[in-house]
Design a protein around this ligand. Structure first.
Ligand SMILES: Nc1nc2c(ncn2[C@@H]2O[C@H](COP(=O)(O)OP(=O)(O)OP(=O)(O)O)[C@@H](O)[C@H]2O)c(=O)[nH]1
Length: 385
């Protein structure tokens, strides 16, 4: 047994704690099942690591196959988690084959011909192959959109590289005559520490990027209408403030659009068909605007668009295109098309936005009163730019 067994237990204890931290993170996020796989990887590896660090050299060969199976299982669980996170695959059948060959070789070099350095080499080769398994499919599918994602990927590749560096370091740095004392050597402890540091970097980056993703999802849900995926009233107001900031904003017009006789659509075809109509209206409005414009669903069948344009008649032209396209778009759910009415007002500034909304609403009301399926705009606003 090593002279300082408690020091040797620090690394497996840390691994266990990292696994528990990942499970805690999973319970908070629920849907991210890959966290469970990776947690399992860190928890499982703690047992052979702890046990082997406490074993004498004579005991090591007896447990080589079982410890090897646990190491390989833990490595594959992490590969599986990474594959699941990025929509790749960890090739379970190939993994099983690699594990079977590795364990057979471990058995041979423990029971038949006891060679510790060969066992280390074989086990690390098996671990390397299992870690590499998902890499190709991940690279094909994953888009590393931000620094954290790139850092996570880099720390996983470090784990992969470590499976190569570790056995090489042992072979190069450990004198053959002292190979038997490997698990009690300073080199072994240094390798455990490096392992732990890479593992720690990996888990911390994983936790940070998972929290980032969940916050992004929550922000997305907070800012968008669940049915049409358009901006909701709240985020429309926030984004409009950015568009219209400053005392003299560039030209902006406000379009208010309301689906005609929508209650009748719901009554005749059901609520699900009505929902589908709302989605089509949202898509139609989006198709007619540029990226800098804002399209929002304010509730019910009312949509609002903040449009960057030179004057109100240009905005009315855009609304007219929207109206026409909507009237021509066939919706399978109602076996026909819907029409909508529009009110278009000019926006003087962000402070003017509530009044502009009232003006556009008034014009929309006029459009409804005058027979629906039409655009009415604030004629007097022409040339105010
Ligand atoms: N399917 C669906 N219906 C909704 C949703 N929100 C509101 N509605 C329905 O939209 C209908 C709006 O009806 P009204 O305000 O009377 O307007 P309308 O029938 O379109 O009449 P006009 O606007 O005057 O042409 C109501 O029946 C609401 O129940 C939704 O998210 N999905």
């Amino acid at each position: 047994m090593p002279s300082d067994p408690y020091f040797a237990l620090i690394v497996p204890a840390c691994s266990l704690l990292l696994g528990v931290a990942l499970i805690a993170c999973w319970t908070a996020m629920r849907q991210q099942r890959y966290l469970l796989w990776i947690a399992a990887g860190f928890i499982v590896v703690a047992f052979p690591l702890g046990a082997q660090s406490l074993m004498s050299n004579n005991q090591l060969p007896n447990w080589a196959v079982l410890a090897g199976a646990l190491y390989l299982g833990s490595v594959w669980a992490i590969s599986r988690g990474m594959a699941e996170r990025y929509g790749g695959t960890a090739h379970p059948r190939v993994a099983l084959l690699i594990a079977a060959v590795t364990l057979a070789l471990l058995y041979y070099f423990s029971a038949v011909s006891d060679k510790l350095w060969l066992r280390i080499l074989i086990l690390n080769a098996g671990m390397f192959l299992l870690r590499v398994l998902p890499v190709r499919s991940i690279l094909r599918r994953a888009v590393f959109t931000n620094g954290l994602e790139r850092l996570l990927w880099a720390s996983y590749l470090l784990l992969v590289a470590n499976s190569v560096v570790r056995p090489l370091a042992i072979i190069i740095l450990m004198p053959a005559e002292h190979m038997g004392e490997l698990t009690q050597s300073g080199l072994w402890r240094a390798m455990l520490a490096v392992n732990m540091l890479i593992g720690l970097a990996y888990v911390l980056t994983l936790l940070a990027s998972s929290v980032r993703n969940i916050l992004q999802t929550l922000r997305n849900e907070r800012d968008h209408d669940a049915l049409t995926c358009l901006l909701n009233r709240r985020s429309f107001w926030e984004s409009a403030q950015q568009c219209l900031h400053g005392p003299r904003p560039p030209g902006w017009a406000l379009l208010v659009c309301d689906v005609d006789h929508f209650k009748a659509v719901n009554d005749a075809w059901g609520h699900a068909a009505g929902d589908r109509v709302l989605q089509i209206v949202g898509q139609t409005l989006l198709q007619q605007v540029r990226q800098e414009d804002l399209v929002a669903r304010f509730g019910g069948e009312e949509f609002v668009v903040l449009l960057r344009c030179a004057n109100v008649s240009d905005a009315a032209g855009v609304a007219e295109r929207m109206r026409r396209q909507l009237a021509q778009t066939h919706c399978h759910a109602i076996k026909g098309a819907v029409t909508a009415s529009f009110g278009v007002a000019w926006v003087l500034s962000f402070q003017d936005l509530p009044q502009a909304l009232e003006r556009a609403d008034g014009l929309l009301y006029q459009a409804k009163k005058s027979g629906r399926n039409q655009v009415i705009y604030d004629v007097q606003a022409i040339g105010r730019l």
